[in-house]
Design a protein around this ligand. Structure first.
Ligand code: PGA
Length: 255
């Protein structure tokens, strides 16, 4: 079912101890201040998955996710982490296809589609990231790019598996830049994504898909973004490292 969701992408920040402190601060504030039925997904570096999954048992609104997983089940892939390993830590989600993975690690839609399959096989729910670059937007290619990312990356799934996934629209030009998509720009794209889901599956599937916005989301712009009809919450990078600001973004839903 479609849920009001705020996910934190810590990226390659915080060491083991710092991660525990940051998480504990978030949990304390969420428990005291946040009411309602929203879900919060914290995606730390791999080293903190297990301890945070244990600590998250104190707070039913919070679950844990990885930031990437390998496309193979297991084997001689030095330095890589499998979906099964992530699942075994107690994590429930995994971010796949983040634009930083696409850019710095040459991940293609085809590769990411394999990662999605392996994640789902191990009951990890994918958070599939899509988004156009600045150059693509300037050439008015955003709709073609997003359609291709959906078609090649995730639309091979059957309806039930698709419904286990979350889509995150993250315009590459907005990530870590301080430039946010306007609420109207984001809503236009989210509406487009929802229509694509209706075309591929059906209205019910589309209505039940959680679609998040990501890219320089902060306490000032979250309210307007999250109030758009097709925006179900956010994937938060930089601001998720500041516990007060992150919880204030979560609380936006209660305003
Ligand atoms: P940002 O990152 O909030 O720092 O722009 C979002 C993301 O990359 O998921």
């Amino acid at each position: 079912m479609r849920k009001k969701t705020v996910a934190a992408n810590w990226k390659m920040n915080e060491d083991y101890q710092q991660g525990i402190v940051l998480f504990s601060e978030v949990v304390a504030m969420v428990k005291e201040e946040v009411t309602g039925d929203q879900q919060i997904i914290i995606c730390p570096p791999f080293i903190n998955l297990h301890i945070l999954a244990e600590l998250s048992k104190q707070c039913s609104a919070i679950s844990i996710g990885g930031q990437n997983a390998n496309q193979s089940e297991s084997g001689a892939f030095t330095g890589e982490i499998s979906a099964k390993m992530i699942k075994s830590t107690g994590a429930e989600h995994v971010i796949l296809g983040h634009s930083e993975r696409r850019l710095y690690f040459n991940e293609t839609n085809e590769l990411i589609s394999k990662k999605i399959d392996v994640a789902l096989k191990h009951q990890l729910k994918p958070i599939y990231c899509i988004g156009e670059t600045k150059k693509e937007r300037e050439a008015n290619q955003q709709f073609d790019v997003l359609k291709k990312q959906l078609d090649e990356g995730i639309f091979h799934l059957g309806q039930e598996q698709f419904l286990s996934s979350i889509i995150a629209y993250e315009p590459v030009w907005a990530i870590g830049t301080g430039v946010t998509a306007t609420a109207a720009q984001a809503q236009e794209i989210h509406h487009f994504i929802r229509n694509q889901i209706t075309d591929r599956y059906n209205q019910e599937t589309s209505d039940n898909t959680t679609i998040l916005y990501g890219g320089s989301c902060n306490t000032k712009n979250a309210g307007e973004l999250f109030s758009q009809v097709d925006i179900d919450g956010g994937l938060i990078g930089g601001e998720s490292l500041k516990p007060r600001d992150f919880v204030d973004i979560v609380k936006t839903f209660n305003l």
